[in-house]
Design a protein around this ligand. Structure first.
Ligand code: NAD
Ligand code: MG
Length: 289
């Protein structure tokens, strides 16, 4: 191995968004061979947006192995990942539903919630995981409305639309978990719009916890640091991907399997019944305050 190879974290690679799991080198670890459930989500019914790949896939595997029935959404370009995910859920022996949906549309978000409730027979846990970013060197002068629309609608509008549609179905003891980011605390200038959505998600998480607490619904977020998922080679320049995660105190990127247990904890009425309005960092050591 040359000096150059040793200084790399990941081999050079690039994909078009949204990106596919099978094209990643190495393929991420979603806990397929390691996650052991202990009935912590027995009988729960969960909807996970963007559950075909990355963190969402690891959360879906963990939830199913903890005893939950799982519905997940995916984009049309992600059919291959969605099929793999459905096969993994089938193995877990729980009821599962794969819903093709571009969430940048209110009616689609309403339909996703309605289909989940109809096909699983209810909804107890909403995981607002789907998200989009596109790293750009250009400054604010160059940012286009099209780019802002894609980022703000995917990351924020969809979260509001899905949450609004879900609340009518969520009984006391239910949980909402939003996927935030280290970018909410330590923003990269190349991710100006994305980082702003994640700060807004933290704010909305605390505020929704206050609004929905009287209904017995807990609302929390997880703020991951650099995690090895298709989003990265699909939206970051090749040099960034090679060094991805090296700047953390632990000195490496995390795997989706290392994030999923936090989503299990926050969903569990047994473990987290008094945890609401918090953001749990899974950052490899970077500060989340
Ligand atoms: P990923 O690419 O595996 O998952 C993102 C998913 O979002 C995609 O699978 C896709 O299905 C969904 N999505 C994107 N645009 C959509 C749209 N318009 N409609 C419906 N679904 C759409 O990558 P990931 O890293 O696992 O991302 C999951 C979440 O984690 C995102 O919210 C992301 O911001 C967050 N996150 C990731 C990292 C990281 O380093 N990977 C760090 C912090 C936060
Ligand atoms: Mg995907």
């Amino acid at each position: 191995m040359s000096q150059d190879d040793e200084s790399r974290t990941f081999p050079p690679q690039q994909q078009e968004p949204p990106g596919l799991t099978s094209e990643m080198q190495p393929v991420p670890d979603h806990g397929e061979d390691s996650y052991r459930g202990s009935g912590r989500l027995e009988g729960r019914k969960a909807l996970i947006t963007g559950g075909d790949s990355g963190i969402g896939r690891a959360v879906a595997i963990a939830y199913a192995r903890e005893g939950a029935d799982v519905a997940f959404t995916y984009l049309p370009e992600e059919k291959a990942d969605a099929d793999e995910m459905s096969a993994l859920l089938e193995q877990a022996g729980r009821q599962h539903v794969a819903i093709e949906a571009d969430l940048r549309d209110r009616g689609t978000c309403d339909r996703v919630v309605a289909d989940t409730v109809q096909q699983l027979g209810g909804l107890d846990v909403l995981v607002n995981n789907a998200g989009f970013q596109m790293a750009r060197e250009e400054g604010i002068e160059e940012i286009t409305d099209e780019r802002m629309d894609r980022v703000f609608t995917t990351n924020l509008y969809a979260l509001f639309w899905l949450t609004r549609a879900a609340v009518a179905h969520l009984k006391p003891g239910s949980a909402i978990i939003n996927n935030s980011s280290i970018q909410a605390y330590d923003p990269s200038s190349t991710l100006l719009d994305y980082a702003a959505t994640k700060a807004a998600i933290n704010n909305a998480t605390v505020n929704l916890a206050a609004q929905l607490g009287p209904k017995g619904i807990r609302v929390n977020a997880v703020a991951p640091g650099p995690i090895w998922t298709p989003l990265q080679p699909a939206t970051q320049p090749v040099e960034k991907v090679e060094q991805f995660g090296k700047d953390t105190p632990l000195g490496r990127a995390g795997q989706p399997a290392e994030v999923a247990p936090s989503f299990v904890f926050l969903a569990s009425e047994r473990d987290a019944s008094y945890v609401s309005g918090t953001v749990l960092g899974v950052t490899g050591g970077k500060a989340v305050f």
